[in-house]
Structure formats: C-alpha cells, structure tokens
Design a protein around this ligand. Structure first.
Ligand SMILES: [Mg+2]
Length: 236
C-alpha cells in the first residue's frame, strides 16, 4: 500500500481525539468518564469494566445497555450532557497541565495543507464546545475551515460511523465529488466506516496502534491508506 499524496486530494477531514490530539491511554480516559457518568445517574453498584467495555461497541443500541444498568431517562441526551461535562473538565485540566497535547506532526501538515490551499475540516464525535475549546487552545482554529462536533439531542445518531457528519462538513465546504477528491484521516474504525459510507477516501493513522484500530484486516470497510503518523503523507 502506497502512502497518500497530498496533491491527490483537495479536502482533508481529520478526526480529533487520538488523530490530532494525543490523549494518553484513551480507553482508560473514556472509561473513567463513562464510569463517572453512570455514577451520576445511579450511585450504587455500577457495572464492572468488562461490562462497561460493551458500551462502546453498540453504536445506537447503547440505550438498551443503559437500561440494563438501571438508567432510565426520558431523554438520553441528558446522559451525554453529563458525560461531556465530565470530559470537558478533565480534558481542560489535562490540557492545561500539558498531559493532553497535539501530536508533534500536526502543525507541520496543517501549514503545508494551507500553503497548498487545501480545504481542512474536523469531524469529531466529541461535543462541539469541547472541539472548539481544544482547537482554540492549541491555536489551530486558523487552519480549519469547518469543525463538526456533536450536540445533545438526536445527534448521537449522526455520530461516526454514520457518514452524516462528513457529508455535512463537505457540504459546508462546497465539496463537489465530480470536481474534487476528499479524504478522512482517523485512528478508529468509526472514522474509516464513516468515510467509506460517505464515499470518500479513508486513511487510518495508527498512532502506535491503540485499542480502537486493532484488527483492521477484518473490518467490513477497509481503509484506502494506512499510515503510522501524519509525516507519512507524501508531498510530491
Ligand atoms: Mg479518534
């Protein structure tokens, strides 16, 4: 498999968490937030780690699991509101302590993409206000033409692996598939699935093979490119 060439594409969409932003031990980080969110709604007897791990594999069926855990809500957007609040506080703390930071290749590729007049977007499953805070804090907002993050209402349904966020973002950037090529770069299966469902190119960035991208040879939708980090983009 060849490395992707920058000049083969006009639109570059990036996932945020663990593609641009280095969150150490992401599965522990998000499990901790999940546990604290569960405890917010149900203080006694939270599910064990192996039970909680199922939550991330259920896509839109996670509500059934929350009910099994005894969490009944009129609007499950409330669950994500609390989840995002905890994520935001923890993330802000870790960002300000330099424990969560951008990967060292990010500014370099953003500079190059800008100099080639490429369109840049972010398509994240993280809450919009958290995406905003992050790109503002790290000074990368100026490179990004549109950033897509989630809200609380029905929006879990349009989270990746749904292609909706990608389609929405490309639409905002006046993408025309007959004239331009677009690529989504992400570290997880959901990024690759969303890209292929949106009919664009998909690039898996391994970032040292975290938990989310193991076994990609068995995925139903496979990445068009697999790179170790963003320095693997070629500039010819
Ligand atoms: Mg990610």
């Amino acid at each position: 498999m060849e490395n992707p060439k920058i000049n083969d594409f006009d639109y570059f969409l990036f996932d945020l968490d663990n593609s641009l932003l280095n969150i150490p031990k992401p599965s522990e980080y998000f499990d901790n937030i999940l546990l604290r969110t569960i405890e917010y709604f149900k203080r006694e007897d939270p599910p064990k780690r192996n039970e909680r791990d199922k939550f991330w594999r259920l896509d839109n069926h996670y509500i059934e699991l929350l009910k099994v855990w005894g969490i009944y809500l009129e609007n499950y957007g409330e669950f994500w509101k609390i989840f995002d609040n905890i994520d935001f506080k923890l993330r802000k703390f870790l960002i300000n302590n330099n424990e969560i930071k951008l990967y060292s290749d990010v500014i370099d590729i953003f500079e190059k993409l800008s100099s080639f007049q490429k369109k840049l977007g972010i398509v994240s499953n993280t809450a919009m206000y958290i995406v905003d805070y992050t790109i503002e804090f790290f000074g990368i907002k100026k490179y990004i033409h549109y950033a897509f993050g989630l809200g609380y209402e029905k929006e879990q349904k349009i989270a990746k692996p749904s292609p909706e966020g990608i389609k929405y973002t490309l639409n905002k950037l006046n993408y025309n598939p007959n004239q331009s090529k677009a690529i989504m770069i992400g570290d997880s299966k959901v990024d690759i699935y969303a890209a292929k469902k949106a009919n664009i190119y998909a690039c898996l960035v391994k970032r040292g093979l975290n938990k989310y991208n193991q076994g990609y040879n068995d995925w139903k939708h496979k990445p068009d490119y697999i790179i170790d980090d963003l320095n693997d983009f070629s500039y010819e």
